[in-house]
Design a binder for this molecule. Structure first.
Ligand SMILES: [Zn+2]
Length: 548
């Protein structure tokens, strides 16, 4: 075969055939029988082991240059569909099977297990032009997960898969903590609490539940360390997860949304018109996402028990049920923002009089608080002060005889309008309509605008804009560390709305979120001022100089 004849990538078929010949069903009544891949599992692995048409094999250095089309794979599927046994089989293959490219076949060559110390008698004959495979000389595999429990799911499939089948001859001892492989290799388990086991030299890293890996829990850094280690060894990672909560900026989300062409992504989502809240449509969604794995289609999943589990979870957390069993990306009813991520952005500084700012105000009357937050063009957000006592612009009605002091708020707005160059001010109107109209007349109806926070589409987008700018690395957003705002940010919960959106809600009547809402409005006003080129021109502006 000449290279010129190979135009299409071809999968390492010997690797896919090796699995049912060596891996066995790890549990249930069919334990010990050959592990036959479902179509979705086959499709995932067939893509993972897709070999580049131009790949060349150098016998002395089998890992020279990337032989495979994809650097890593990402599989997103619902609970109990069989991700853990698939990962276990994937690990067996990378541990002792033909997982490495070993040149192109002329035809008639054999992969004979005996050549690699396996006495099972399995032989694979190559067709002309297909890629050949060989095992890693020293495989170093790290099963990596956030929790022991996640890692345990894979490990608990892996051990019986080896112990009850032909692999027990090659891998005689499977320990509780790690597994020794022939040739000095091993399989280890790395979790958030056992990050010290992160080694540099890894050949294969299965990463489980990457929809839970974030900057805040340090798993994002674990992943990046592993990717660097893999790159050095010519190894690869295989990622699996349930659908994630898009507000959490997880590793799963990052890898899914990344523009990288060398990540294989398999994520089949149910038709968008079906509602998870409707019982009949929820059943259709489950039929769709579980498909061939359902018992009615010859698989292992009992639809009724999925229905029951999903309904049970939905009664407590509908968003999570839709992610776990419906395989959809849904914003959770959990916290709006990670409080420690908000705190990480604190960097107090004085904003000089005359600075250009945008304002956001969440107005209230008798129960909730009224708060004004400000943001500079540079992205610094703060709670301004007013009056002779330099009080912060936060009003708890309880401190004022049960009602927000409207005249005092109006005086504060007047003072802020005079002290700063206000490019734009958004005010949540329900209780403040007449004041807003008066301010618009006085300071300009292009400056002071009503911004209704009950509109789910707009509120979701604005909340998400702030959350993203807080959570993502390298955004210019920071703030004054205002303790009330920090508390209100921690209180804010996502309340799901149709269309996979959310608005903000308080967890209880006494846990206020108004400063968080004002922060969202100030940020939205600042971003809109930037987008609309509404900031005062540089000549008239005192540019903030900040050393970070
Ligand atoms: Zn064998």
């Amino acid at each position: 075969m000449t290279v010129g004849l190979r135009r299409e990538p071809r999968t390492l078929a010997v690797a896919l055939d090796w699995i049912p010949a060596h891996c066995v069903v790890p549990d249930r009544f069919t334990r010990g029988e050959p592990f036959e891949l479902y179509d979705y599992q086959f499709r995932y692995l067939a893509n993972f082991y897709l070999v580049r048409p131009a790949a060349q094999w150098v016998p002395d250095d089998p890992i020279l240059g990337p032989a495979f089309v994809y650097r890593r794979g990402l599989l997103v599927d619902p609970q109990k569909k069989g991700k853990s046994p698939l990962m276990a089989a994937h690990i067996c293959l990378e541990a002792v099977g033909p997982a490495l490219f070993a040149g192109w076949a002329e035809g008639g060559e054999l992969y004979d297990c005996r050549d690699y110390g396996c006495g099972c008698g399995w032989v694979y004959e190559y067709q002309p032009g297909e890629p050949m495979g060989m095992p890693w000389p020293t495989p170093l595999i790290q099963i990596t997960a956030l929790s022991e429990e996640n890692a345990g799911n894979i490990y608990d499939s892996l051990r019986p898969m080896i112990e009850y089948g032909p692999l027990r001859e090659l891998i005689p001892k499977t320990g509780e903590e790690f597994i020794r492989l022939p040739g000095g290799g091993r399989i280890d388990v790395v979790t958030q609490s056992a990050r010290s086991r992160l080694g540099q030299r890894v050949t294969f890293v299965p990463q489980d539940e990457v929809g839970l890996w974030t900057q805040a829990n340090k798993m994002m850094q674990v992943a990046d360390t592993q990717y660097r280690g893999l790159a050095g060894m010519g190894g690869r990672a295989s990622l699996a997860t349930n659908a994630w909560d898009p507000s959490e900026q997880s590793l799963g989300q990052r890898e899914y949304e990344s523009s990288a062409k060398d990540i294989y992504r398999q994520f089949v989502q149910p038709p968008a018109h079906l509602s998870y809240l409707n019982k009949r449509e929820r059943r259709q969604i489950h039929r769709f996402v579980y498909g061939e794995t359902l018992r009615e289609n010859g698989g292992h999943v009992d639809l009724e028990s999925i229905e029951a589990e999903a309904a049970d979870m939905a009664s407590r957390d509908p968003a999570q049920a839709e992610r776990f069993f419906g395989n959809r990306l849904v914003y959770g009813s959990g916290s709006f923002l990670d409080g420690s991520c908000w705190d990480d952005r604190a960097f107090p500084l004085d904003v000089p009089d005359g600075a250009a700012v945008a304002l956001g105000m969440d107005g209230s009357d008798t129960d909730d608080w009224t708060v004004i937050r400000a943001e500079t063009e540079d992205g610094f957000q703060f709670t301004p002060c007013y009056g002779p006592d330099r009080r912060p612009t936060i009003w708890d009605p309880a401190e004022f005889g049960g009602q927000v002091p409207r005249l005092e708020v109006a005086a504060a707005v007047d003072e802020l309008m005079g002290r700063y160059r206000v490019a734009r001010m958004y005010v949540d109107p329900p209780d403040w309509k007449s004041e807003i109209d008066a301010w618009a007349a006085r300071y300009g109806d292009k400056v002071v605008l009503r911004w209704e926070t009950y509109r789910p589409v707009q509120m979701h987008a604005a909340a998400q804009r702030l959350a993203t700018d807080v959570m993502k690395a390298d955004t210019p957003f920071w703030h004054d560390g205002c303790p009330v705002t920090a508390r209100h940010v921690r209180h804010a919960r996502k309340s799901p709305r149709p269309g996979q959106r959310y608005v903000l809600a308080k967890p209880s009547q006494s846990q206020k979120i108004d400063a968080c809402v004002a922060s969202i409005l100030a940020h939205e006003a600042a971003c809109d001022a930037t987008a609309g080129d509404l900031w005062p021109k540089p000549a008239a502006r005192q540019k903030l100089v900040v050393m970070r």
